[in-house]
Write a protein that binds this ligand. Structure first.
Ligand SMILES: NC(=O)c1ccc[n+]([C@@H]2O[C@H](COP(=O)([O-])OP(=O)(O)OC[C@H]3O[C@@H](n4cnc5c(N)ncnc54)[C@H](OP(=O)(O)O)[C@@H]3O)[C@@H](O)[C@H]2O)c1
Length: 370
């Protein structure tokens, strides 16, 4: 399964389909074929592994298929993978993560009905991690939202005169571009679109464009001028009113946007945080002090520390002079994927009070409960 997961990670992080890897083992446990999904419209991992077996002159009959995601049971752009495995005569199937997609689920049952034993849950945590954004989008019907903040040490995103370009250094900016190249869509509010005239393209350090360009989304009602850079080369441009953020996110989900990167500005960031719609934070922090100017996030209605919007740190990376903090929404206490270190969603503060994340927002416990 580790090898299948490594194969899956070779597939594109963006796109409507999940990253899936598949390994076929002979009865002696030796790998005889491998495959992974290279994106929508290409063969699924199981079909790729079966084709790999045939190209090597290996008969897949009697092999064990190890697949990172439950084989699908539906006719999409390709046929059902469960049927392909049944037809190929595999002897057993091991799966990391069950398919939550209502359209495609049922593959395990189909295989079992054909007399093939199936186990689900092998290295499930690693499988879920690889498919984090995709699983979230399919389960919730809206994209996984990553909010990028590029701030000074005092949390500011622009100076008093409104200038905001290059708060962070070249390495941080290059990193942000590699993230752009991995997501399905990138969004800003119309304030940023009109003030900064960004192109929102995913660019290499030499200035060239990555092959994959995310859909460019502007949330807001004010129209963009004809000459806006957003109308130039890059991904498709989509403007949506953002007053109803849930509706906007669902509209993006309907377009099969699985991972949305939001790059500001403060008004949109605040609205998304207030709506509890941010799943992951990417905070690029520069050792720069501005002392005045717009802050990354406005008033969230938090008046006491216990009500703060808290996230769980996932990773910290140094990028030249800057730091990148990746932090994730704290999953509900009983949720399937409580982040490591969050003690099942419980946070204990210095004053001894205990908070449990409920619906992603810490809920203060009464003294009796503690
Ligand atoms: N350093 C950084 O990382 C960074 C990143 C981005 C921006 N900035 C800076 O931030 C400044 C722009 O700030 P901003 O706050 O005006 O930009 P913004 O958040 O990008 O845009 C605000 C606009 O978004 C629209 N909007 C869409 N949905 C909304 C919702 N649910 N709630 C509220 N507004 C919604 C509204 O426009 P309509 O009235 O048109 O509907 C609103 O006026 C610029 O100076 C820019 O340089 C810095």
């Amino acid at each position: 399964m580790r090898r299948a997961l490594a194969l899956a990670a070779l597939g594109p992080a963006h796109g409507p389909n999940p990253r899936v890897g598949c390994v076929l083992l002979d009865p002696g446990g030796r790998t005889v074929a491998e495959g992974y999904h290279r994106g929508a419209g290409t063969p699924h991992a199981e079909a790729a592994a079966l084709a790999d077996a045939r190209s090597r002159g290996v008969d897949p009959r009697g092999t064990t298929a190890v697949v990172t995601l439950e084989p699908c049971a539906h006719h999409g752009r390709t046929g059902p993978c469960a049927d392909a495995l049944i037809d190929a005569g595999v002897a057993a199937v091991h799966v990391a993560v069950g398919d939550p997609n209502p359209v495609a689920t049922g593959g395990a049952d189909r295989l079992r009905a054909a007399g093939i034993p199936v186990t689900v849950g092998l290295l499930a945590d690693e499988g879920e991690e690889l498919l984090r954004a995709w699983l979230h989008a399919v389960r919730a019907g809206r994209p996984y939202v990553t909010l990028k903040l590029a701030t000074s040490l005092d949390g500011r995103v622009a100076a008093v005169d409104g200038t905001s370009r290059w708060i962070t250094g070249a390495r941080a900016r290059a990193h942000a571009h590699t993230v752009r190249a991995q997501v399905d869509a990138i969004a800003v509010g119309s304030g940023t679109a009109l003030t900064d005239d960004p192109s929102l393209t995913a660019r290499r350090t030499d200035g060239g464009l990555f092959d994959h360009q995310p859909l460019r989304v502007v949330l807001g009602r004010r129209p963009l001028p004809d000459g806006a850079r957003l109308r130039g080369p890059g991904g498709e441009l989509l403007q949506l009113p953002g007053d109803d953020l849930d509706a906007a996110l669902r509209a993006l989900g309907d377009r099969e946007v699985r991972h949305l990167l939001v790059e500001g500005g403060p008004t949109l960031a605040t609205a998304l945080l207030a709506a509890d719609a941010v799943d992951e934070l990417h905070a690029y922090v520069a050792p720069v002090l501005l002392g005045a100017g717009a802050t990354a996030v406005g008033d969230l209605g938090v008046t006491t520390i216990g009500d703060a919007a808290r996230f769980a740190t996932e990773d910290v990376t140094r990028l030249g002079d800057d730091l990148l903090l990746v932090a994730r929404r704290i999953a509900p206490a009983a949720g399937p994927a409580a982040p490591a270190g969050s003690a099942g969603g419980e946070i204990e503060y210095e004053n001894g009070s205990v908070h449990t994340a409920q619906h992603g927002r810490p809920r203060r416990h009464t003294e009796e409960e503690i």
